[in-house]
Design a protein around this ligand. Sequence first.
Ligand code: PXG
Length: 442
Amino acid sequence: MTEHAKIVPNNLEAFWMPFSANRQFKKAPRMFVAARDMHYTTSDGRKVLDGTAGLWCVNAGHCRPKITEAIQRQAAELDYAPAFQMGHPKAFELASRLTTIAPEGLDHVFFTNSGSESVETALKIALAYQRAKGEGSRFRLIGRERGYHGVNFGGISVGGIVGNRKMFGTLLTGVDHMRHTHDPDRNGYSKGETEHGVELAEDLVRIVALHDPSTIAAVIVEPVAGSTGVLPPPKGYLKRLREICDQHGILLIFDEVITGYGRMGTAFAADYFGVTPDIMVTAKGLTNGVIPMGAVFVKDQIYDAFMGGAEHMIEFAHGYTYSGNPIAAAAGLATLETYQEEGLFERAKALEPVWAEAIHSLKGTRHVTDIRTIGLIGAIELEPIAGEPTKRAFSAFVKAFEEGLLIRTTGDIIALSPPLMVSEDQIGEIVDTLKGIVGGLD
Ligand code: PXG
């Protein structure tokens, strides 16, 4: 058979889709062919309101002109420059600009191509930093149950989602997990941080006592756990983790892949909660999701610890072919400008109470057992169908798509995170559509 003869129009088989029910999808595909601002267009010409900013990444809205033009211009001017031992101006410019919006002290940026790579990079920096300052016995990494830190081996090791871990063997050794903070019985229908559960931070004290602090390099948490169903932290919890880490020389890593770049109404969740990590992991909203890129921020003392030794030597044996890629850097710069010019972070902040009120108005709808909101994030938890977990929420997802609204589901939880340009009318539309759909589910 010639290569040509193999190409069948509309063949969906070759593409093994990520985190998808491939067989089900290929029987009844859902395709987007265009997007603009708050809406997608489907292959059958319908408009779909984006309730999830794509996958939590399109914070400025779709096909924004400044970003599109920056990418077009950059592709025509300098398409690629070697990332190792060579540079190009835009990567430096983007890193500098990023440090101006980052929490104080996070003054150095390592570029990657995704959230998962940013997580691996952060974990490796943490281990190498401890070793560089003569504390090589600190090899342990501490994560948390229900944590999501991407899909690479470090990330699934410190992550706490059994379905993402169980198929993949021994994972990293020397990892332990704190308990998660989800407690709907005490914190049901929460807005912002939850009232109860600060004492769960003491779980880190237990782990430190078990392993001895001299063996622990870093703790990694999402300030607000996203993928496992939007779990805001209890009041005072992150501050307490910070204290415990400081007391024992342990680095604190915030995974801000979802919470970064305005999602919380502040540049980062670190600002929202008033707690600064030693390392901050970001991706997604950095380039508005348009070009893959991640950025890991580190404190001066961490960067400086690597900058000893002979000057001709590579200080940190890590990096990617596409670290700081010119087109991604151009997209990042144009994205930051768009956020700034349109005041999108401030807009998200102003909308937070409106958003909370609107989403919480779904309380009392049939099947709804809990609602959580924080920043421009919302979660609506549904009672699972007995013996068929995830099915009810997935039906809501399909019905919402048919009725012109994009939502995400995780387990039996509906997650919402619209682009920060969402209008109050569109928030109303999201709620009205969901009210009809969720109430009408089997
Ligand atoms: N950390 C966190 C906190 C994330 O949410 C990653 C790391 C990994 O990023 P990459 O770019 O490698 O995918 C993520 C990704 C969802 C959903 O609907 C969440 C993510 C990705 C896709 C879907 O919950 N988060």
